[in-house]
Write a protein that binds this ligand. Structure first.
Ligand SMILES: [Ca+2]
Length: 393
């Protein structure tokens, strides 16, 4: 019975990837086709799980990007055009927070991520990432301010100050990445995309295409691996990245990232100090015009992804689930998918790392957040995007 089900699944996925191939006349490489079959087959292995869940719509936002939960149950939601909303799930009320900077909205840019300082209860420090225009074009920045909620009707950010900037600013409005995350070490981790400029990912005079590890004031953290290679390089923890829209620590305090590949080759990476992940020299995807980018296995000097997807999932976000409402997802990676319109569940403790469940969502998924009671909040992408709550059945 189990064998039958598996072979049926394989047939279905193979058929759908063949249809995809037929629709996409640009895809002409047989190597690509073989890999597609192999990678989808991997996802239909015997270790699939089938965690059930219930979905409730709880709010709606305009082009939301990221969320952060306050201890009292309220949630902060960023909107790409530059608004920060304080949402109270009990009253369903949304209050706009004042004191936000002007953001360069356009392309993939605008207001981006949000993170609370580990000692937020004491210092009220809030961190946001957003895109600014300046000399040379556009670039993401991270700013820190104090969130003042003392006047419930008039919440605001005070003393906002830019503490980190993408270098250099360049033309174009894509691949900012600009995820921000605090580790248990109290350090501020930033994902900085290569801005669709390829080579900066290997250039140590630029912080594009890198993962950075900073102190909470934006200065480079001690213990970083490239401290003897200049001021910008001091920030760098790992390099050779493309567009990293998700970063999260697992239960063993290991950092992981998800990264959009070019045509094919979306990646889940285990992030190791000082490693080079090879972009744009290697990728399991290829250029959009069909030009080959050598695959990871041709260049063992670069760190290969723990898992890659072709066809792509377009990963927007990453969390590791730590709660008890969904036992089968405990300590698994949950990845929000844009073009895949899915939430992709990955078991990172398996060798090799494998996808174990895929939730079909019918909408592009932008953000994921686990809250205190172990339920999961899911943000759709775009205008009139819903905030969904996942609870156990
Ligand atoms: Ca390739």
């Amino acid at each position: 019975m189990k064998i039958l089900r598996l072979s049926m699944l394989t047939t279905v996925t193979l058929t759908s990837s063949l249809i995809l191939m037929a629709c996409n006349t640009q895809t002409n490489s047989s190597k690509f086709e073989q890999k597609t079959a192999a990678e989808t087959a991997k996802a239909t292995s015997a270790s699939r799980i089938d965690q059930t869940y219930q979905i409730k719509t709880i709010a709606q936002f305009n082009e939301p990007w990221a969320m952060a939960a306050l201890k009292d149950g309220r949630v902060l939601v960023t909107e790409r055009k530059g608004k920060l909303k304080l949402f109270n799930p009990k009253t369903k009320q949304q209050v706009e927070i004042k004191g936000l900077p002007t953001v360069a909205y356009g392309g993939q840019g605008g207001l981006g991520d949000i993170a609370l300082h580990p000692q937020f209860q004491r210092n009220h420090w809030l961190y946001i990432s957003y895109v600014e225009a300046g000399q040379g074009g556009y670039g993401a920045v991270v700013a820190r301010g104090e969130l003042d909620l003392s006047d419930a009707a008039n919440p605001q950010i005070k003393h906002l100050k830019t503490i980190w900037t993408q270098v250099p600013k360049v033309q174009g409005q894509g691949h900012y990445s600009h995820r921000i995350l605090f580790g248990t070490d109290g350090k501020l981790w930033i994902s900085s995309g290569e801005r669709q400029k390829f080579d900066p990912a290997q250039d140590m005079n630029s912080n594009l295409g890198k993962i950075l590890r900073l102190n909470d004031d934006g200065t480079a953290a001690s213990g970083n691996p490239f401290t003897d290679r200049g001021e910008i390089a001091k920030q760098v923890w790992s390099l050779g990245h493309r567009n990293l829209l998700g970063m999260a620590f697992d239960d063993k305090d290991q950092l992981w990232s998800v990264e959009m590949g070019p045509k094919g080759g979306d990646e889940l990476n285990i992030i190791v100090k000082g490693e080079n992940y090879g972009y744009p020299v290697v990728s399991n995807g290829d250029h959009y015009d069909g030009t080959d980018i050598p695959d990871h296995d041709t260049h063992p000097e670069f760190k290969a992804p723990a898992m890659s997807w072709t066809p792509v999932i377009s990963p927007s976000s990453l969390i590791f689930y730590t709660g008890n409402q969904f036992p089968a997802w405990k300590n698994k990676a949950l990845i929000g998918g844009l073009s895949s319109k899915a939430i992709v569940i990955v078991d990172t403790e398996m060798k090799p790392v494998i996808e174990v469940q895929r939730l079909k969502m019918q909408q592009r998924i932008r953000g994921l957040l686990e809250v205190g009671d172990g339920s999961i909040w899911v943000l759709e992408d775009g205008k009139n995007a819903r905030l969904l709550q996942f609870t156990a059945q």
